[in-house]
Design a protein around this ligand. Sequence first.
Ligand SMILES: [Mn+2]
Length: 233
Amino acid sequence: MDVPKIGITCGEDVKEGKVFLTNYYLRCVQRAGGIPWLIPSIEKNISDYLSNLDGIVLSGGVDVDPLYFGEEPIVGMGEITPGRDNFEIKLTQAAIILDIPILAICRGVQVLNIALGGNIYQDILSQVPGVYKHTQDAPKWYPSHTIHIIRDSILEGIFKSETARVNSFHHQAVSSLADGVLSIASTSDGIVEAITMPNKKFVLGVQWHPECMADRFKEQQQIFNEFVKASIR
Ligand SMILES: [Mn+2]
């Protein structure tokens, strides 16, 4: 049985000319039994990446250019990385067609939903009345808000509960879901916190950062374990 090779997309520091990824992702993939492969945002390599990799992690990062969902930028929108947006959206579309397992984290959830034709809030603070604090001022591992999980979903299987506490570092969020995409967890202020695609082998998007919690909470590592297991060919 081959050890699954897991491609992980990277952040870009445009000013410094650097590509980067936090260690957390690598540790979680490794502990789950996969080999982490960092994949830089090179569009012409997408088919090579996908023919060599068994699963894709869409990692966290900055905002997505609203051009990709047909909107003009509102004042509350943050930094964008155009090369990364273009690459990740095309990578996602190709991976979905090939039914390659995807774990989408934070920004990755936005990318996943947009790539499939859905929409997002550019800035929940200015667009969603009564929204909770989703950009916590607390340690990265600390679970700062509650999510409500849909019964019989993959997340209920992992958390063995219809509620869980998770961390939160986002000011964007999924608004209208793309075709074939289901919301399987949300906060009680109405923000979508997790999505899946029931007709695919494994597609899970979580709006929080399980990789930062996995050292302390085994359910958060279990998210990576299930993903890597589904990536075994
Ligand atoms: Mn949140």
